[in-house]
Design a protein around this ligand. Sequence first.
Ligand SMILES: [Zn+2]
Length: 397
Amino acid sequence: MPRYSIRISKLWPVILITVFLLLAAGCNDGSITPGPTGQESGQNGYHQSAVVQNPGDASPGRLKVHFLDVGQADSILVQLPNEQNMLIDAGDNNDGDTVVDYLAKAGIKRIDYLVGTHPHADHIGGMDTVIKHFTIGEVFMPRVTSTTRTYEDVLTAIKEKKLKITTAKAGLKIVDDGSLQVVMLSPHGTEYADMNNYSAVVKVTLGEVSFLCMGDAEEQAEMEILASSLSPQADVLKVGHHGSHSSTSEAFLQAVQPQYAVICAGVGNDYGHPHKETLTRLQGVQIFRTDLDGTVVFATDGQEINVTTGKRNIDSSVSPGEAGLDNGQKDGGANGQNNEQVYVDDNGRGLIKGNINSRGEKIYHMPGGANYDNTKPEQWFKTEAEAVAAGFRPVKG
Ligand SMILES: [Zn+2]
């Protein structure tokens, strides 16, 4: 089962010395978190991340932040170390059951803090389903209404459970408990031309590690945060608005200084998210994308950060240290005969998958190929020549 797991530490010098000492003592501390072995890979595929497999390991003292793969939508589960749970957004209208399933498998029964960042369907669409299924503590939403059926469904669900909405706004302290802080950094204003700028921006801090979840906040909201006394600095940035170029401005990024960025976007979405400009601005930041990585889970004790993704495509044929990549390149690239054969579906859409793997290598996969089904396409091609022209090489084997 493809799994990608790394751990970093804010205490590198100490860790390095410790690891050295441990190694010298013959003890294997291991910087890679072992995933649960022997788990079934068949059902539900990538949604069964380590945490879901081990619901009990929401251990006290650790903070877990799950960026759920709900396609072109947002849903973030935050398991606080005080055993409270927060859900920021609940996916689109047809994602409600996916979110409910994921939370249930993680052993969640109560959502202490439910945040609807803003009334767009790709954020609150599944929220009515979530409200019906779980015990809900407080509901936070910005003071802006919408006339959509989606929004009305959420209001109805809130009313039926006799819940009240707390207005989401900058400066709101949701949890204020020593080293554990959950604070809202936005919205500052009460009237925005663009609904996205009403987004509730949530910062969760445990010890020295912070997560900043931007909803769909755009540059205007970012500037307001920068002008405020609230620090946006964070180790993990949930990039605003699915990686659109209208968010994640250079100035804001300078202030956040993230080590990791998470982009919630759907495969082949109509908006072209994430936009190139955003990815360029994020150079030097390690990026996780739900369209490529599936559900991304961070865990921290306030010092170290551990990341697990559901399905980063570590293609066995391009595994580290493998020889023969060059051969593959030559074979495919120069294969003039089959290069022009067209692979399209009934609608004329290309069927060749262009994938950028974890090491940034551009590889294309042919229909029927060994890893074709597991491959997340970043681009689709109709012919091999088209793929090669775009800088992709054929997968070996
Ligand atoms: Zn959105």
